[in-house]
Ligand binder design. Sequence first.
Ligand code: PMP
Length: 426
Amino acid sequence: MSRNSQLFERALQTIPGGVNSPVRAFRSVGGSPRFIERAQGPYMWDAEGTRYIDYVGSWGPAILGHAHPEVIRAVQEAAVNGLSFGAPTEAEIEIAEAIVARIPSIEKVRLVSSGTEATMTAIRLARGATGRTKIVKFEGCYHGHADSLLVKAGSGMLTFGNPTSAGVPAEFIQHTMVLDYNRLEAAEAAFKQYGSEIACVIIEPIAGNMNLVKPLPGFLQGLRDLCTQYGALLIFDEVMTGFRVGPQGVQGLTGVTPDLTTLAKVIGGGMPVGAFGGRADIMEHIAPIGNVYQAGTLSGNPVAVAAGLVTLKLLSEPGFYERLGEQTRKLAEGLAERARAAGVAVCSDHVGGMFGLYFSEAVPHTFDEVSLANVERFKRFFHAMLIKGIYFAPSAFEAGFVSAAHDDATIQTTLDAAEEVFASLK
Ligand code: PMP
């Protein structure tokens, strides 16, 4: 038995499913997950010493490449001074200032330790600040695993959804409406019927949890207008897209301004950091000045903040996003070209350091279109690429991530491998 398989067998004895987050278990592609020993730049090495070019990047944080020397140094220097104090630090002010300076819609920001905490609290804040109960989310968007967000659409267009997890009582999600992404008419209808009761609309302004799905022109602005008209808050969940698609997230790319924004992943540089922020008048509803409660023993953790701060600094270097976007374009377009040449129905899209690879005829714009992907063919692609040392996300429905460490040679190696693999899929 291979060492990865041995470790998986052992993990299964004490960890449910052998993993601490479900997608890592390779259940949707089959086979044994690779147990990672170390990572550097664009590469990861597993327990058997096999090297992979990594396009998961820890699901988004590793935008500088793994183990960037300046980030590692910052973490080491911070750790020497103590790991956690439960009292404020100057570094927390610095990272808050860095976020506020970079994202114009964020006037005040609170740090937490994960994306889940950020979205869960942003929703509580929206409800507290508006005094309303109902929330709107979109099918295919993931906002972490708070109870009221683990919902999928019900049968009718305007029905409230069904839980996607056991253990979530129907009563907990009866205030969550689930609408179709990129269908503004559905949001208009929802507001027409329930407008005065809707506290907020939460959306991934570019969706990265149903593969990569971009908003159609006018969709986000339409949501902005509806929220303004009916007095609801617009929350952009930029946990994935924040500092990933560009220096100001999707709001910078589209010019659509949310009331609240959630962040995580990149702002922690690989350490556990999340954040929610936005208009000062709304943020002042949060304890200790306001009556919306939120807290965290490890919030603003000094070691995690040190990693985030240096990451944000390095992202501000001139030309960073131009170069990252160019490398991502080369990869995404190159993969689609190799597939086309081999006569395999695969297409791609990309934005900043994120890409979508779709095993379907056309780039999807809705959840239904995403669902058309040829999952069986994706599985064969995934495993054949893995054998060639290229690590894509182990699911046909995840976005991919490129880092600043993915140079031309790395991308060429990937495209050469894909050329052979696509030919074998025909
Ligand atoms: N929101 C979005 C858009 C995400 O992609 C994720 C995680 N993939 C989350 C929230 C939850 O973040 P975390 O896993 O840090 O709790």
